[in-house]
Design a protein around this ligand. Sequence first.
Ligand SMILES: [Zn+2]
Length: 270
Amino acid sequence: MPELPEVETTVAGLRAVLEGATLARVEPRRADLRFPIPVDLRQRLTGATVTGLSRRAKYGLIDTDRGDTLIFHLGMSGRWRIDPAQIGAHDHLLVETGAGRLLALNDPRRFGSLDLVRSEAWESYSPFTRMGPEPLGPDFDAAYLARMLAGKATSIKAALLDQRIVAGLGNIYVCEALNMAGIAPVRQAGRIGARRLALLVESIRAVLTAAIAAGGSTLRDYARPDGELGYFSKQWRVYGREGELCGCGTPIRRRVDGGRSTFFCPKCQK
Ligand SMILES: [Zn+2]
C-alpha cells in the first residue's frame, strides 16, 4: 500500500515526464474508481499544459495552465506506468503527452481516486479541509505536536495516524518512527514529555526522508519504458519483523488492534 514516500517518489517520476508537457490525449477508461471520475475530465485536460506537480498527504496534484488541478490518490494498489508496452485491464486512465510519452494509471483494486478541482481552490478539496500539517513541512514541530496531544487519552500510535493531527502518516512509518524515538505505541499521547516529543518529530522526519531518498535513488529505473512509479523496497527497523531481533537483541513483537498490526521492541520502547 503506497504511503507518503511512495506518493512523493511517484510525483517526482511524473514530474520528469509531465512538467511543461502538453496533454495530447487524456482518456479515462471507466466511469469510476473508488469514487466517480469527473465526467468532464477528458475535455478539461485534453490540450492543457502541465505547469507543476506536487503532493499533499498521500495525494498527488497535477496543475495545468487552464487553472485545473488533477488530484489522484493511489488507494491500496495504484501506480503510474510509464510508456507501458501494453495497455491492461487495470489501466484506468491513459495520458499521452505532445512528445509521445504515455502514462497509465493502473489500479487493480480501485481504491484510488481521480478528481479535478480549480487550482486556486485546491485547499478546499474536501479531504484536505481538516487535515493537519505535512510531517516534513515547517508547521510540524514539537511545540505543535505538544499542543495537539495535550490532554489526549488515546495512544500515541492512534494520535499519529489521525490525519487531523498530522497528514499522510500511515501504519508503517508510525511504527518505524516510534521505534526510532524509543516510545511505546500504547503510551498515552497526552503524557509524553517535550524532550521525547522533539525526538519523535525528528524520528518521523528521518524515517520519511530516508524512504523518499530510497525511492528517489530508483527513479532512473522508472524513466525507462515500461517503468512503474511508486514502489520500492526498503529496510524496516521493526515493521513486518515480528520475532526478529531489534538492534538491542530483543525479539520484535507484534500486537494487533482493530485488524492493524503494530510492530515494536518491548525493551527499547517505553
Ligand atoms: Zn530494542
